[in-house]
Design a protein around this ligand. Structure first.
Ligand SMILES: Nc1ncnc2c1ncn2[C@@H]1O[C@H](COP(=O)(O)OP(=O)(O)O)[C@@H](O)[C@H]1O
Ligand SMILES: [Mg+2]
Length: 256
């Protein structure tokens, strides 16, 4: 069922599989005096890919930042398995398995690919486990193994996206927050990245995927939310939203 949300009270939604892994309730966030989120509520269930769609400046990145602790939650709640994480430090949230792959990738210059990956494992004390994770990342992204001794900032855009995702995977996340992983990539690479996101999900990672490209997000996700001007305006099963071209166009006006 597709629901359009008129006022502030979001109606209950139809059944979705799994328990709520991540629950965001009426979150408000500010940059100084500017209110970026005006009571955002959304759920990410265990095992799902949920996509958060919206145009530039709608509040997508801010939503992810409030979850991962990079932007303070002024009002409202962020819960992981029913427990509040809204006032925890970012590193503590990462330690609990919620890992953010930010927009723009943030690859550290002057560090090799391998060093960038090892940095991602700061939450992992066991060196054997770190080694194992590194091998898993290399298996998923063979190009990172090939380039492991090169400066991370010299990689192509697509490779940097892989490195950013690999760095997040070093934590062994149970929830991944992905901010526009397709941005600026050639179509072939977008397909590769999307395939990897699907694989990670199938291997058990719950994913909240932010996308400006609605068709891409809807193709991959199980469930979708549309944010506009800091408010969730629409939500529904991705398969249903995908079929309704008029809704996608009215809200987002983007193709690919
Ligand atoms: N660091 C910041 N300082 C001030 N305003 C910001 C900052 N980051 C984002 N904003 C504003 O908050 C709103 C939401 O931004 P953002 O969450 O980045 O949108 P999106 O990711 O959907 O493009 C926009 O109006 C944006 O201009
Ligand atoms: Mg953004």
């Amino acid at each position: 069922m597709i629901q359009t949300i008129d006022q502030t009270d979001a109606p209950a939604v139809g059944s979705r599989p799994g328990k709520v892994r991540l629950g965001i309730r009426d979150v408000e966030a500010f940059y100084g005096q500017i209110q970026a989120l005006r009571g955002v509520s959304l759920d990410v269930h265990e095992g799902e890919i949920v996509t958060l769609l919206g145009s530039n400046g709608a509040g997508k990145s801010t939503t992810l930042k409030t979850i991962s602790g990079l932007v303070r939650v002024q009002r409202g709640e962020v819960q992981l398995e029913g427990e509040s994480i809204a006032r925890l430090a970012a590193h503590e949230i990462a330690r609990r398995g919620v890992v953010h792959v930010p927009e723009g990738r943030r690859i550290l210059r002057g560090l090799t690919v391998k060093e960038n990956l090892e940095l991602g494992a700061f939450t992992v004390k066991d060196s054997g486990l770190r080694r194992q994770r590194l091998d898993e990342v290399y298996a998923l992204f063979p190009i990172l193994h090939e380039r492991r001794h090169q400066d991370g900032s010299l990689l192509s855009g697509g490779q940097q996206q892989m490195l950013a995702m690999g760095r997040a995977l070093m934590h062994g996340p149970s929830v991944m927050l992905l901010d526009e992983p397709s941005m600026g990539l050639a179509p072939k690479l977008v397909t590769d990245i999307m395939r990897i996101i699907k694989r990670l999900n199938e291997a058990g990672t719950t994913i909240l995927l932010v996308e400006q490209n609605a068709r891409l997000g809807l193709r991959l996700a199980h469930y979708a939310y549309v944010i506009e001007n800091g408010e969730i305006r629409m939500q529904g099963a991705a398969a249903e939203l995908r079929q309704d071209e008029s809704i996608v166009k009215a809200y987002l006006g983007v193709g690919e």
